[in-house]
Design a protein around this ligand. Sequence first.
Ligand SMILES: Nc1ncnc2c1ncn2[C@@H]1O[C@H](COP(=O)(O)OP(=O)(O)O)[C@@H](O)[C@H]1O
Ligand SMILES: [Mg+2]
Length: 610
Amino acid sequence: MSAHHHDPEEDRPAERMDWRLWRRLVGYTLRYRRWTLMLIGCAIATGTVDGLFNLVVGRIVDAATDPGGDVVRWLCAYAGLIVLLCLLVRTFVSLGGRIRAHVAHDIRAEAFANVQRLSLDYFDKRPVGWLLARQTSDCDRLSQALSWGLLDIAWGLTTMTVSALAMLWLDLRLGLIALSVVPVLWVASLWFQRRILRTARQVRGLNSRLTAAYDETLSGVATVRAFGAQTGFQSRFEELTGSMRRRSVANANLSALYLPLVLSLAGLAGGLCLGFGGVSVFDGAISVGTLVAFLGYSRQFFEPLQEMAAWFCEFQMAQASAERVFGLIDEVPTVKDTPRALERLAAASERAGADGSAPDGLAPDGLPPRIGELRLEGVHFRYGDGPDVLAGLDLVIPEGATVALVGPTGGGKTTLTSLLCRFREPTRGRLVTSGVEYRERSLAWWQEQLGVVLQEPHLFSGTLADNLRYAKPGATDAELVEVARLAQLDRVLESHPDGFETQVGAGGARLSMGERQLVSLARALLADPQLLVMDEATSSVDTATERRLQAAVEQALVGRTAVVVAHRLSTIRGADLIVVIEGGRIVESGTHTELLERRGRYAELEALSR
Ligand SMILES: Nc1ncnc2c1ncn2[C@@H]1O[C@H](COP(=O)(O)OP(=O)(O)O)[C@@H](O)[C@H]1O
Ligand SMILES: [Mg+2]
């Protein structure tokens, strides 16, 4: 699926520089203004010191060939430069590393914080692999460009400027001759870099698709084996790696041509200098030392080019990374507090005591703290721009009642529960709680009142106790034991020697599905919620455990409002209200006996389930 969603075109580097984006990006580096200025200062100083070497070497040669020359003085200068260079390099490497780590941290933290806020509809459209890549490779690329990139560019430009100036200063005519290859170099560089960039982009695009295909094959490894589908995946994989190899080779070939081109132009410049310079030395117009220094500069001038060209490429890729990461940072959640709710929150916190407690026992938004009666009024819902999955539900859930949702798969039961949890909001219609539309209440408050057992329970890696405490971080051991007993989890605990300290593995992979459901149920009960929402919470639990559980759950539901999606109809006979949902509509509702007497859809399902 991820391969499907992934659009390789989005790895396309920008055609032109987007300066607004870069200003924002450089802003991340500039949060560490002092370090950044020091880094650039170091780079410029290093370039300058680098440039002085050739001058000193020239002086040493002249001093050595002149009987009265002071070789020792220039040798000392040479040694001094080396020490200085070492210090500078040490400083900028540590500065660069520090800036990079901080920038990567900041961008990552901002993106992560926003992803945590985003609503579920965002994740419907984006595969996990896509989000991972934003958080890892894109953030890496950005922090790299914003630290080492800046450094290398400043260093390279300084070295080239110093070399060019030194050549012109040493001998104007020779300098101009050496620099005459620059226009050729410029044109050739543009030509090559454009092509290198294009192949690099193709390689990246293929790489993303390869990763997605790999991800999918691995996460579905058991299914792939079960259907003997290895060969199909293998050939798809080989096709992708094959094109990737071809594009990588093309990229390597271009780079392999560009480097010799730079080298031969540098050689040409050096040769020209040597030819014309040799004649000048012969004429006595310049010293041998000057010629030696000159040749050094003509080589040094070209040295940073390869690296700078690579950064030029990299910056364009980084711009595309920045667009994607900022896309994450700037994405606005679709489910969030409305302006009205925010006003209420602000007003209530003003009235609140200094200790932050809500006044008069009200909720943080200044409204009654009870959920009370829940009323669905003409609730419609659709995913994206798909068809209506819920088509006008009207339902009253009295306070403290247990309402069971039943009906065929795909009818919309899970969707309805996610509306109740406000993971998603109705596209039309209202959901009213004690007289107020729930979108006018604080989202955080609402979700704190809920205990949710999802159809696909998710546990986090860590121990069983850790997982329970997600619902209530300060829960005591006694509380854990109590909810474990309620949720029939004690037998599971007995069968694992480590008890509450059992490691559940990532996603709870080391527990059976039924065990995960029990943990998830215990977790929901621990929070002591006003509204308990359970979606086929016991579908994978054996019948004996379920029967015991049923009694316990009934006890736990006393005084709470509960909405329960039932897998086995036998478990919901005692519900206060049974609602049959089919094709996004309520087709029947009533108690078990009422519905059986009606001999309608429920009676039919009930007969089938026996
Ligand atoms: N994330 C989603 N994106 C698009 N369609 C969805 C999504 N989740 C569920 N659906 C669709 O909504 C309909 C109802 O699904 P669901 O509420 O899970 O039914 P139930 O829980 O009753 O089996 C189905 O047709 C399903 O294909
Ligand atoms: Mg479902």
